[in-house]
Design a protein around this ligand. Structure first.
Ligand SMILES: Cc1cc2nc3c(=O)[nH]c(=O)nc-3n(C[C@H](O)[C@H](O)[C@H](O)COP(=O)(O)O)c2cc1C
Length: 331
């Protein structure tokens, strides 16, 4: 049984990765329904939380049915991160997660996110302060290093454990790689081979099919997996992987009716949650995957991603349901 503090997560938990503008409550609702064992919010700016910025504060909203859930924060100032951690704790998540992996310039080049991998002493001090500031378990999400010459992930995991984190998720790329090349999970075996390390280690990067999950589970000795991009528009990935790991058999692909029902639920919640304009806009990145593989779908996809109103998108979904009523998805 994998545990983070007192949270019991099953034998080989599958985690929904934190993803800005993606892993919001509407998306988390459909991932939860489809087997995610632990979910994280989008990252939240510590400075934004302290200033009470509406966008940051809204990201603290979590619901009971989502539990267990972690709220993730990022920042480059130890004091701000400590204060933000206290604000997060008031929202009553199960876990507070620290983002030490974001590679984008506006974050990393200011020393936050993956930027802190260039100053591991500060990373350790910041983590220690945050752990001291809250009672809930603190976890960390990070990358292998800044670049190939600065990979010290074995040492980083051990030092962060020693100041009190209770699990670590590692995206097996460097900051320099951004999202390019293949994630190199062999480093995760090195982290797990450290006899001093006893906290759960979750592997992250490129898990996109049940087959790949099974291959990586066999090859790399991690305690569970975190899944990001493959879940976008395809929340079924969690149950599909679970089933394959348990039986070696693939689940039937979701039917058109299921896809439409889940896309609709996601859309409804998005519009309710963010208002029609933003809700419609942020749903657009999901449609391709919801309907991946359908022949001659381009026209409908284009209409979905250019429609500005809820009624228009619903009308297209209804039309798709009719036109493709007999279509069968292959696995
Ligand atoms: C659109 C997008 C937004 C992301 N936002 C965050 C974030 O807020 N916090 C974070 O720790 N990682 C973030 N990531 C990184 C993912 O959590 C994950 O580490 C990465 O996508 C690799 O996993 P994957 O190959 O399963 O997608 C983001 C990734 C994407 C694609």
């Amino acid at each position: 049984m994998v545990k983070i503090g007192n949270l019991e997560l099953g034998d080989y938990p599958l985690l929904l990765a934190p993803m800005e503008d993606v892993s919001d409550p509407p998306f988390r609702a459909v991932c939860k329904q489809n087997g995610a064992d632990l979910m994280y919010t989008e990252f939240i700016s510590s400075e934004g939380l302290i200033r009470d910025a509406a966008k940051s504060v809204q990201k603290l909203d979590i619901f009971d049915y989502e539990k267990p859930i972690g709220i993730q924060i990022f920042g480059n100032e130890i004091e701000s991160m400590r204060e933000a951690a206290e604000i997060v704790e008031e929202a009553k998540p199960d876990i507070l997660d620290i983002n030490y992996g974001c590679p984008v310039n506006k974050v990393a080049c200011k020393g936050a996110g993956a930027g802190i991998l260039l100053d591991i002493d500060k990373m350790v001090s910041m983590t220690a302060e945050i752990v001291k500031a809250v009672k809930i378990p603190v976890t960390v999400k990070t990358r292998l290093g800044w670049d190939n010459d600065t990979i010290r992930i074995v040492e980083v995991a051990e030092r962060l454990q020693d100041v009190g984190i209770q699990a670590i998720s590692i995206h097996a790329r460097t900051r320099k790689q951004m999202y390019k090349g293949e994630a190199d999970w062999s480093y995760l075996n090195l982290v797990k081979d450290n006899p001093r390390l006893h906290i759960p280690v979750f592997g992250n990067g490129d898990i996109d099919t049940p087959e790949r999950a099974a291959e990586y589970k066999a090859k790399y000795n991690v305690d569970g997996m975190m899944i990001g991009r493959a879940s976008i528009g395809y929340p079924w990935i969690f149950n599909e992987i679970k089933h394959y790991l348990a039986t070696g058999e693939k689940l039937a692909a979701p039917t058109l009716d299921e896809r439409i029902a889940v896309a609709k639920k996601h859309l409804d919640f998005s519009v309710e949650w963010k208002g029609e304009k933003l809700g419609i806009l942020e749903m657009r990145r999901h449609y391709t995957n919801y309907f991946r593989g359908m022949p001659n779908f381009k026209q409908y996809r284009t209409e979905m991603v250019t429609s500005d109103t809820y009624d228009e998108v619903c009308a297209i979904l209804d039309q798709v349901a009719k036109v493709y009523a007999d279509y069968e998805f292959s696995v």
